[in-house]
Design a protein around this ligand. Structure first.
Ligand SMILES: *[C@@H]1O[C@H](CO)[C@@H](O)[C@H](O)[C@H]1NC(C)=O
Ligand SMILES: *[C@@H]1O[C@H](CO)[C@@H](O)[C@H](O)[C@H]1NC(C)=O
Ligand SMILES: *[C@@H]1O[C@H](CO)[C@@H](O)[C@H](O)[C@H]1NC(C)=O
Ligand SMILES: *[C@@H]1O[C@H](CO)[C@@H](O)[C@H](O)[C@H]1NC(C)=O
Ligand SMILES: *[C@@H]1O[C@H](CO)[C@@H](O)[C@H](O)[C@H]1NC(C)=O
Ligand SMILES: *[C@@H]1O[C@H](CO)[C@@H](O)[C@H](O)[C@H]1NC(C)=O
Ligand SMILES: *[C@@H]1O[C@H](CO)[C@@H](O)[C@H](O)[C@H]1NC(C)=O
Length: 590
């Protein structure tokens, strides 16, 4: 039991060039969309391999976007991004709880009038939803106001959202109803099928979202959990009894970053101690529990496909499968959780099946949660909104091929506040300073992760040679010569300054500047990739003119401008702030 301030996580214009090519095959009537959104499902701990129906119906019959990313690795901010098409710094829903996040913050930011379900209804789509919407959407505030934009809903409500054996659901405008003793995902499946029946009976095109909370950890709240100091406890996810015997010998994949001998990462992560055998054993059990809890989700996927088929609407329906954020268990010595910028936490499943979408295909083009709302609107032939921070995801083989050359190569990653350990061991209070800005970038000849933490530590990983992010090239611990060690034939310091200028644009971007950030730096359009920017003709520009560097004034738990350090301002680039490497200004180490 812990008594912490409510910790309770709930959590293309791609190829603008050829919009015609972008369009999936037209169907005779308007298509439907079924969106399946799991909670905390990883793309790196093999969870999809344990879901045979996801394999059969989605991966074998659709396109798997292997380089799909969330932009803020925790439930509520990520879900708000997903439903608005905006980065968290543009929604200012940056946490799972008030004052910086949760359902109350979504409401106070005016987003309840301005998000996907509302836009879909305005375009004559029927909208249905069952499962978790946002954190701190509770048995007390569910009707003040009701979430806008739904034709039919059956939401899971806090503080029972993460209680696998005591879900509370709230249908349409009715009061909440408790399902004590029933298995939450199975209750949700029944609700999903009923909503599908309703949608089909209405004889209108529909958008149906199924948001089970598996494989999130189980959270038990003593009391309502809604007072100032709720008492709650985290434990491994609870499977349905029919699945509890499965995967007895399965363990967390022992990749090089699993509980490594040497510390890794930066800031509080670098200070984590190696886990002992008892802790590792528990984490393996936690891992198996996630896989078991996902089995009921897998059955739900089969149930939905069977019904879509029986109704004769499968061929006219897009089915999209994703998760709000990823998950780590033991990598970098971390206890089970999310909230970090490492690949396990930000790279998430995305599989799309539907008319015109290639079957049994994979792609590595870069896509992010900011792209989903634009994708849905484009699929349904609804005009895009000018303030989207993302672009529609290309869906046809031809548009994916075109995107390889045209599409952005970066992902904006941002985080504010704390990182919770969701197992039973070592809750680290220094994880309250888990505020950082980062970018992930993959292009021809490079594959990098760059971050700046609120204590101004920097990270740079060359993921071509270091896919598990174990060697921070900007840590002073490892005696790397930044002036000579190189990637793409340029020194690390030259590379880091380019990345820093890019990150400065991304941390403060709005709208299309988030998609085409190089244009902010090079308005002439002559630079569209990192490779272009590395040309030596821009050395003076990046090293002498763009001297404003990403840094923080202090570590705080929300998006407070005073703490955020400089914002990108094309008219005022020579502010003269410096780029620190573990406290040393950049000009002392370049
Ligand atoms: C999917 O493609 C792979 C090769 O790319 C092939 O081995 C496999 O049989 C295909 N599966 C289906 C269901 O078509
Ligand atoms: C289950 O949830 C209901 C509220 O929906 C609550 O009244 C009840 O105490 C809960 N039961 C347990 C065992 O937590
Ligand atoms: C819940 O809280 C009450 C009163 O604070 C306490 O007596 C009880 O033991 C707690 N129950 C659990 C399961 O922790
Ligand atoms: C193993 O580590 C956990 C977490 O730090 C600690 O609570 C436990 O006492 C340790 N067990 C042993 C046997 O050292
Ligand atoms: C968090 O960072 C602030 C500086 O911004 C520092 O004063 C504080 O000690 C840090 N807290 C922890 C728990 O490390
Ligand atoms: C790097 O330099 C080497 C030798 O100078 C050259 O062969 C190679 O093509 C260069 N690579 C890139 C990516 O420019
Ligand atoms: C974001 O929200 C917080 C909490 O309401 C507020 O203090 C802060 O000023 C807001 N940030 C911006 C940039 O508007």
């Amino acid at each position: 039991m812990r008594g912490l301030a409510c910790l309770f996580t709930l959590a293309g214009l791609a190829a603008t060039k050829s919009p015609v090519d972008q369009q999936p095959l037209k169907t005779t009537s308007k298509p439907n969309i079924v969106f399946i959104l799991t909670d905390d499902q990883d793309a790196h701990l093999d969870s999809l391999s344990y879901m045979p129906f996801v394999q059969k119906h989605l991966i074998d019959k659709g396109t798997h976007y292997r380089s799909h990313y969330c932009t803020t690795s925790v439930c509520c901010p990520s879900r708000v991004t997903l439903w608005t098409g905006k980065l968290a710094h543009n929604t200012n829903v940056t946490d799972v709880n008030p004052p910086y996040g949760g359902y109350p913050k979504f409401i106070s930011q005016g987003l309840n009038e301005n998000y996907l379900p509302v836009w879909l209804q305005e375009a004559q789509y029927n909208t249905y939803y069952t499962g978790k919407l946002f954190n701190v959407h509770t048995v007390d505030n569910y009707n003040s106001p009701f979430p806008a934009g739904f034709t039919g809903n059956d939401f899971l409500l806090d503080p029972f959202t993460y209680d696998y054996l005591n879900g509370t659901f709230q249908r349409d405008r009715e009061p909440p109803q408790s399902y004590e003793g029933a298995y939450s995902t199975d209750v949700l499946a029944q609700k999903a099928y009923r909503l599908l029946d309703e949608a089909v009976e209405a004889q209108k095109p529909f958008f149906l979202t199924l948001a089970p909370m598996a494989p999130h950890c189980n959270v038990f709240m003593n009391g309502t959990g809604l007072d100032d100091h709720p008492v709650f406890s985290f434990s491994a996810p609870i499977p349905a009894p029919r699945h509890e015997h499965l995967f007895k010998d399965v363990q967390v994949p022992r990749t090089p970053s699993f509980n490594p001998e040497q510390p890794s990462g930066a800031n509080w992560i670098k200070g984590l101690k190696r886990q002992n055998d008892t802790n590792v054993e528990y984490n393996d059990y936690f891992y198996r529990s996630r896989l078991r809890a996902l089995q009921a989700v897998d059955e739900l996927v089969d149930g939905i496909f069977t019904r879509l088929q029986d109704y004769g609407i499968l061929e006219n329906t897009y089915i999209v499968y994703s998760s709000d954020n990823g998950y780590h268990i033991g990598q970098h010595r971390l206890q089970p959780g999310k909230s970090c910028g490492y690949e396990e936490d930000i790279n998430v499943p995305l599989i799309i099946r539907g008319p015109g979408v290639a079957q049994n295909a994979t792609t590595d083009i870069i896509t992010a949660h900011t792209d989903l709302a634009p994708t849905f609107l484009q699929l349904l032939d609804i005009p895009l909104r000018p303030d989207f921070d993302g672009d529609p995801i290309p869906l046809t083989p031809a548009s994916i091929e075109g995107a390889k050359a045209e599409r952005q190569e970066h992902v904006t990653v941002e985080y504010w506040g704390f990182a919770a350990g969701e197992g039973i061991y070592d809750f680290d209070l220094s994880a309250y300073n888990n505020t950082y800005k980062a970018l992930r970038i993959k292009g021809t000849g490079y594959n990098l992760y760059y971050s700046v933490w609120c204590n101004n530590e920097h990270e740079l990983y060359d993921m071509t040679t270091d896919p598990h992010q174990l060697h921070n090239l900007l840590s002073t611990d490892n005696q790397i010569d930044l002036s000579s060690d190189n990637i793409l034939n340029v020194s690390l310091s030259k590379l880091a300054l380019r990345l820093d200028s890019l990150l400065l644009v991304l941390k403060s971007c709005k709208g299309q500047a988030c998609v085409k950030p190089w244009e902010a730096l090079h308005p002439g359009g002559e630079v569209t990739t990192l490779k272009d920017a590395l040309d030596e003709r821009y050395d003076d520009f990046y090293e002498l003119e763009q001297t404003t560097r990403v840094h923080f004034e202090e570590c705080v738990r929300g998006y407070l401008l005073d703490a955020e350090g400089p914002q990108f301002d094309p008219g005022n680039s020579a502010e003269g702030s410096v780029f620190f490497r573990d406290g040393l200004p950049w000009y002392e180490w370049v």
